[in-house]
Ligand binder design. Structure first.
Ligand SMILES: [Zn+2]
Length: 267
C-alpha cells in the first residue's frame, strides 16, 4: 500500500452519516472476507490521516444484519490504522439520556444472531477478551472533546445490540431498560469486537435519536425519526470528531488495546 494511502485513524459512518472528508482519495479494497460496504476515503482532518467508510454503504444498501463487518474492519487495518472511531445512531432506554445527547459506550450486550463475528475460525482456538471492549483513552479524550464543544456527552454506558432490521417490541425495550442498559443499536456488534481482535483501539460515539418504544407516553421509534434527529445533530458529531482528532496521540501507550492477542491463542 503506498504511503499516501495509509492512515492512522479509521472512522465508520452510520445511518445518516455517509461522507466526512473533502479532497479525499477513494480506495476500493478487496479483503480475504470479500468486499467492504463501500470504498474507503482517505484524507487529512485535524492534521491526522483519516480513513472513512460508511458501514451501511454509500447509499445505505446494507441493513445492519447484512453488513460485512469483517471485510470493513480488515480494509481499515490494511491501511495501517491503529484506532477506530465508531459513531452510530442509538435509541435511549433511560429518560435522562435524551435525543441529541451523545453516549460513549464502555460496554455492549450482544443480542444479535448468526453474524460472522470473529477472524479466528480455526484451525486452533483464539479467545480474545471482551471484558473491556472499548478504548479507555479514546473515551476520555472524546468526553473532553464533547465538553469543549458544549455537547452533552454521557462518558459511559451499555449499548444493547439487537439483530434488526426490526425495532424492539415494547416488552423487549422495557426488559432492556430494566436490566440497566442505556442505549440500543443494531451495528456495534460485531464491529467493536472485530476491532479488538485486530488489536485496534475502538471508540463508540452513540448519537441518541429516539426513546425506542419502552415509554408509554412517548411515540415509538421509526426509521424516519432516526434519520431526522440524526441529521439535526450531524454537525455536532462533526465538531466532536474534529475536536477529538486534534487531541488523539499517534502513539498508543495509555491503553492495552494493542496487546489484545497476548495470551489469547491456545497452542
Ligand atoms: Zn486503546
Amino acid at each position: 500500500m503506498p504511503e499516501n494511502n495509509s492512515a492512522d485513524i479509521g472512522i465508520f459512518g452510520g445511518s445518516g452519516f455517509y461522507k466526512l472528508l473533502d479532497n479525499a482519495e477513494e480506495l476500493t479494497i478487496e479483503t480475504p472476507y470479500g468486499m467492504p460496504s463501500a470504498p474507503v476515503t482517505v484524507g487529512t482532518l485535524s492534521s491526522k490521516r483519516v480513513a472513512f467508510m460508511p458501514r451501511h454503504g454509500s447509499k445505505h444498501e446494507y441493513p445492519p444484519h447484512k453488513i460485512n463487518f469483517r471485510a470493513n474492519m480488515w480494509a481499515m487495518k490494511s491501511l495501517g490504522i491503529t484506532r477506530i472511531i465508531s459513531p452510530c445512531a442509538v435509541g435511549t432506554l433511560k429518560r435522562n439520556i435524551e435525543p441529541g445527547h451523545f453516549v460513549l459506550a464502555d460496554q455492549y450486550v450482544d443480542r444479535t444472531t448468526g453474524r460472522a463475528d470473529t477472524f479466528y475460525d480455526g484451525p486452533g482456538a483464539t479467545h480474545v477478551s471482551a471484558a473491556d471492549p472499548y478504548c479507555p483513552e479514546l473515551r476520555s479524550l472524546a468526553e473532553h472533546a464533547g465538553s469543549k464543544a458544549g455537547i452533552t456527552v454521557h462518558p459511559r454506558g451499555t449499548v444493547v445490540v439487537i439483530q434488526g432490521p426490526r425495532f424492539s417490541t415494547r416488552s423487549e425495550s422495557k426488559w432492556f431498560s430494566g436490566m440497566g442498559w442505556d442505549v440500543i443499536n443494531m451495528s456495534q456488534y460485531p464491529e467493536a469486537h472485530l476491532a479488538r481482535e485486530l488489536e485496534l483501539c475502538v471508540l463508540n460515539i452513540s448519537l441518541v435519536t429516539d426513546y425506542d418504544c419502552g415509554f408509554e407516553d412517548i411515540p415509538p421509534v421509526s426509521h424516519e425519526l432516526v434519520t431526522k434527529v440524526f441529521n439535526e445533530n450531524l454537525q455536532k458529531l462533526r465538531v466532536l470528531l474534529v475536536n477529538l482528532l486534534e487531541t488523539v496521540p499517534l502513539e498508543r501507550n495509555k491503553c492495552k488495546c494493542g496487546q489484545s492477542l497476548v495470551g489469547a491463542a491456545i497452542s
